[in-house]
Write a protein that binds this ligand. Structure first.
Ligand SMILES: [Zn+2]
Length: 475
C-alpha cells in the first residue's frame, strides 16, 4: 500500500509531508483504505520530539478508476482532491508552513490544499490553515481561482464595479504582474462616446449612484498597434442583478451577487496565466454594472441601438448580461481584431436546467476552438459540454419592433443567448460563448467535494488558464 505521511509538530507550526512509505507505522495503517486518512500519536515512532502527531493518508486509488469517460472526469484526481479537502478540514486552526517534498503527489496536493483552505472571512473571523512553502505553478492557478471566489462571494454593497476594478489592481500587484499587465478603466461617458447603447441600457438605471465601468486588462500589450491579440475575452460583470423592472423573486435575487462571475474568472485566469508565463498578447474586457430598477431604468419594450447599429427590443430587463456583452464583443472584434473571441457569463436558466452545476456550456460554430476549450477543461478536471447554435432558434423569434429581442420565451434559452451574442461579433470566424450559470456557485445545483459548499466556486478559472497556456504555445 502506498501511503503518505504528514508529520505534525507539537506546536502545529509545521507540517511535513514525508514522501516515502514509513514501514514503522504499518500496523497502524494496515486497515486504511484508499481515500482514507488517520491521525496517530507519533511518540512511539520518533525519539525526535519535533513531531507529536502524524496524519497518514492512503492515496492508492485503483488504476481502473483513472479514466472515467462517462463521468468526463479523472476519477483518481477527483478522489485525491476530496481526500486533501478532508485532511485540510481536520487540520483547520493550525497555522504554519506546509512543506511538501518533490514526490508524485506534490502538484496535486498543493493545488487541492490551496483550493480546500479557501474561506471568505478574514482577520479574526478567518479559518487558519498552514500555508504552502515554495509554491509551484499549481498554487498560482488555485490562488487565482480563490481570488475569483473571493470577489464573487463579496456582497454587492462591497463588490461594486469600482471596487471590482480595485480588487483586480490589487491582485495584479500581489502577483507582481504590473510590468506585464496594463489596466484601462472606461467610464460611462466613454461608453456613450462609443455609442454602446446596449450596455448603457442596463447601466442607465444605476449611473450617478453605482457607476458602470468597462475594465480592459491587457497582457503583453505591444507597441505595434497592428499586432492582434491571440484572444479577446469578454466577461459579464453584473455586480448585482435584481432583474431590473422585470424583477426577480426572493430566492433567485438572493444569489445575484454572483452575476459577475464570468468577469471575475477571466480576470483571475489572465493574471495567473501571465504569472505562469505568456508570450502572446491577450485582452480581457470586464463589463461592470448593476442591473437595478428605478426611474431611469430601461423598460420592458424599450428599443435600444447597439454599437454595431443593430436595434434590440428589451423584451425582458432580466436578460441584461447579453446586453452588456453585445457592445463589448463588437468593440473587441473591431478594435482589436483578435484571433479568437470568447465570452463567459453566468447567463441563463436554460444552462442550469441542462447541466445543473455539473458542467459549463460552450456554444460555437468553430469545431477547432471548441476542441481547444474542451481540452483546457479536461486538463483542469472540469466539465464543459457543447450546446447547439442552430440559427433557427434565433430566427424563431419574430421581431416586429427591432432587429432582435434580448429574450424570447421558448425552451432553448441558453442557445438563444449564444446566437443573440453572435450577432455582435462582426462575424468573427473563431467565436465561442461559455455559459457558467450552474457552475459558479458550489453546493447549489451540485457540489464539487474539494470546494467549500455554500460559497462560490470560481469555476472554470483553472480550465481557462489551461486553455490559455496551451494556446500560447501555438503559433
Ligand atoms: Zn438577469
Amino acid at each position: 500500500m502506498m501511503s503518505r505521511i504528514i508529520a505534525v509538530n507539537r506546536s502545529f507550526h509545521d507540517l511535513l509531508i514525508i514522501s516515502d512509505q514509513f514501514s514503522a507505522v504499518r500496523d497502524d495503517i494496515s486497515g486504511l483504505k484508499s481515500g482514507e486518512f488517520l491521525t496517530i500519536s507519533n511518540k512511539k515512532y520518533y525519539d525526535d520530539e519535533k513531531f507529536d502527531k502524524m496524519v497518514i493518508y492512503n492515496s492508492d486509488f485503483e488504476k481502473s478508476e483513472k479514466l472515467d469517460k462517462r463521468e468526463g472526469l479523472d476519477a483518481v484526481k477527483s478522489k485525491f482532491y476530496k481526500l486533501v479537502f478532508q485532511i485540510a478540514q481536520s487540520l483547520k486552526g493550525k497555522a504554519g508552513k506546509l512543506t511538501i517534498p518533490d514526490n508524485k503527489d506534490k502538484a496535486w496536493f498543493e493545488e487541492a490544499w490551496t483550493l480546500s483552505t479557501y474561506g471568505y472571512r478574514t482577520g479574526k473571523n478567518a479559518d487558519t490553515y498552514c500555508s504552502i512553502e515554495n509554491p509551484s505553478e499549481n498554487v498560482i492557478q488555485a490562488t487565482a481561482q480563490n481570488f475569483a471566489r473571493k470577489i464573487t462571494d463579496q456582497p454587492a454593497n462591497i463588490c461594486t464595479p469600482a471596487s471590482f476594478i480595485k480588487s483586480v489592481e490589487e491582485f495584479v500587484s500581489e502577483q507582481e504582474m504590473g510590468s506585464k499587465i496594463e489596466l484601462i478603466t472606461r467610464d460611462h461617458n466613454w461608453l456613450k462616446e462609443k455609442k454602446m447603447g446596449s450596455f448603457l441600457s442596463i447601466a442607465q438605471g444605476s449611473i450617478g449612484h453605482v457607476d458602470p465601468y468597462l475594465l480592459e486588462i491587457h497582457v503583453n500589450k505591444p507597441e505595434d498597434k497592428s499586432v492582434r491579440p491571440k484572444v479577446a475575452f469578454i466577461g459579464k460583470g453584473v455586480t448585482f442583478d435584481s432583474g431590473g423592472l422585470n424583477m426577480k423573486g426572493e430566492e433567485m435575487m438572493m444569489l445575484m451577487k454572483l452575476d459577475m462571475g464570468g468577469a471575475a474568472n477571466l480576470a483571475a485566469a489572465i493574471v495567473a496565466s501571465a504569472k505562469i508565463g505568456l508570450d502572446g498578447y491577450y485582452v480581457v474586457l470586464c463589463g461592470l454594472t448593476e442591473n437595478m430598477p428605478g426611474p431611469a431604468s430601461v423598460r420592458p419594450g424599450d428599443v435600444v441601438t447597439a454599437m454595431n447599429g443593430l436595434e434590440i427590443e428589451v423584451t425582458n430587463t432580466d436578460g441584461e448580461g447579453r446586453m452588456v456583452m453585445a457592445d463589448l464583443l463588437y468593440y473587441a472584434a473591431t478594435e482589436f481584431k483578435p484571433k479568437h473571441l470568447i465570452d463567459m457569463a453566468t447567463l441563463t436558466g436554460g444552462c442550469v436546467m441542462a447541466f445543473g452545476g455539473f458542467g459549463s456550456a460552450v456554444m460555437s460554430v468553430n469545431d477547432d476552438l471548441v476542441d481547444k476549450i474542451q481540452a483546457g477543461f479536461t486538463k483542469a478536471n472540469e466539465r464543459v459540454w457543447r450546446m447547439p447554435m442552430w440559427p433557427g432558434i434565433l430566427a424563431d423569434a419574430k421581431c416586429k419592433f427591432s432587429d432582435l429581442m434580448n429574450i424570447h420565451k421558448h425552451a432553448c434559452s441558453a442557445s438563444y443567448a449564444g446566437l443573440f451574442l453572435e450577432n455582435f461579433t462582426d462575424e468573427h470566424p473563431s467565436y465561442a460563448h461559455i455559459d457558467i450559470a450552474g457552475t459558479e456557485r458550489n453546493g447549489l445545483f451540485s457540489t464539487v467535494d474539494y470546494l467549500a459548499p455554500g460559497l462560490h466556486s470560481g469555476r472554470p478559472t483553472r480550465s481557462m488558464i489551461e486553455f490559455i497556456l496551451a494556446l500560447d504555445k501555438e503559433d
